[in-house]
Design a protein around this ligand. Sequence first.
Ligand code: NAD
Length: 483
Amino acid sequence: MKTNETGRFLSVVNPATGEEIEKVPVSTPGEIDVTVGAARRGLEEWRGVSGLERAEVFHGISRVLRENADELAGIMTREGGKPYVENHDEVGWAAACFDYYGELARDSVGYLPAPIEPQQLALVVKEPVGVVACIVPWNYPLLLAAWKLAPALAAGNAVVLKPSEETPLATRRMAELIAGLPDGLLRVLYGAGDVGDALVRHPGVDMVAFTGSQATGKKVGRAAAERLIRANLELGGKDPFIVCDDVDVEVAAQGAVWAACLNAGQVCTSAERFYVMEGVAKDFVEASREHVESLNIGDPMDEQTDIGPLINAPGRAKVERHVGEALGRGAKLIAGGERWGEKGFYYKPTILTGVEPGTAVMSEETFGPVVPVQEVSSLDEAIEMANSVPYGLGANVYTRDFENMLRCMRGLRAGTVWINDPLTDNDAAPFGGQKGSGIGRELGREGLEAFQESKHVHIDPKVEKKEWWYPYGKGDGSGQRLM
Ligand code: NAD
């Protein structure tokens, strides 16, 4: 196991070496109480800060993240194993998210619907939900925290953040660097699922924003439902990748390998199933094999490294199980299929062909650098296969044909459809899952609204009796009195 909770400490282990780098104290129930109480007091102070001032604080947070990107990326690389280059990008994306929501929140405080009577005024006022528990996984620790913190704080909420037990260190450093917020408004708690669960169940928490696996998401959703608090759930995926026969196969293969192997395949929107048209399948597989074999696997701190380790031993064991089962059921190994190196949790980028649709590698989240390819004879078949699993996070398509693009856009059941540019997120557009991949959206306007309550205020400036009140009879003797 990478992480052990021994006594009251999390053991943070470097996935590239398997060695412990630090022990982090686990938050106690008493600390959870104090933290939630401080968050509520911070909320009151934040209420008195104008939108303009909040935006300035947010731009300050963005600046400090960018200025410290080297340090933060280094910490993330040591605790999470993702290549330094990718972690450096992640810090920039997190900073951009604070810039975006600092400004968006200023013009998203409500709207004026048409009133019922012309002299009246109807307002819809957007208010904070209250104290929000934000619980995040280890694969993009700062980015996924920012996708919650920035809109939640911009909407006027307080946040108690719980990073993954695997990757608490970069989050701790980010919280130290963030300045300008009222005391208590943003606090971090440390621990595993029991700390997350205690937070969701705490009576001082008004909402939970969760990113993680489907299995944990169900538990969080149940705990939130018992308390009737709002739950935003961003869960796992099993994203399909469709390759049509009208494309430059070389480009599609390189895009496919990147979409499957980015962060060693440990992205919620990793491409995990490949449906390739018969006419180009052979060339696609060959181009993918050549590309995979040219990649650098190794020390994630080295800026030349393309592929780092998996997060921990159970993560790698799951990948081995999926690949082993596929091979046992007749799939052919084209590349990889084995561990790499003497230490750490590395697994070589792997390509499989002739994979049966019912195997785990084609139906369950693998979370590893695997490209399982299934040939299809038509776009209709590809779309049907793409929609055949209970996940619906993202979907990728390679085609030059505009009609194909529209068919995929309309036919694929996924929160995001990427055509010819896999895995490109946009702060200004919503991100989230259909079907079993989640409930709710992050980013864009929807990502802010997730953390806002709507209050309808109806004002009539005139104090006068309304003609539709009692008595319903018009005083002409028709109708009967009650007494
Ligand atoms: P996980 O579900 O094991 O843990 C996620 C977080 O939940 C951690 O902080 C963990 O400590 C906490 N937790 C565990 N049990 C809990 C409970 N009962 N109550 C409250 N909190 C609890 O997931 P993981 O292994 O850290 O991350 C990988 C998963 O996250 C994958 O399934 C991946 O697809 C998913 N993910 C989804 C998105 C998205 O935006 N949809 C993004 C990244 C990762």
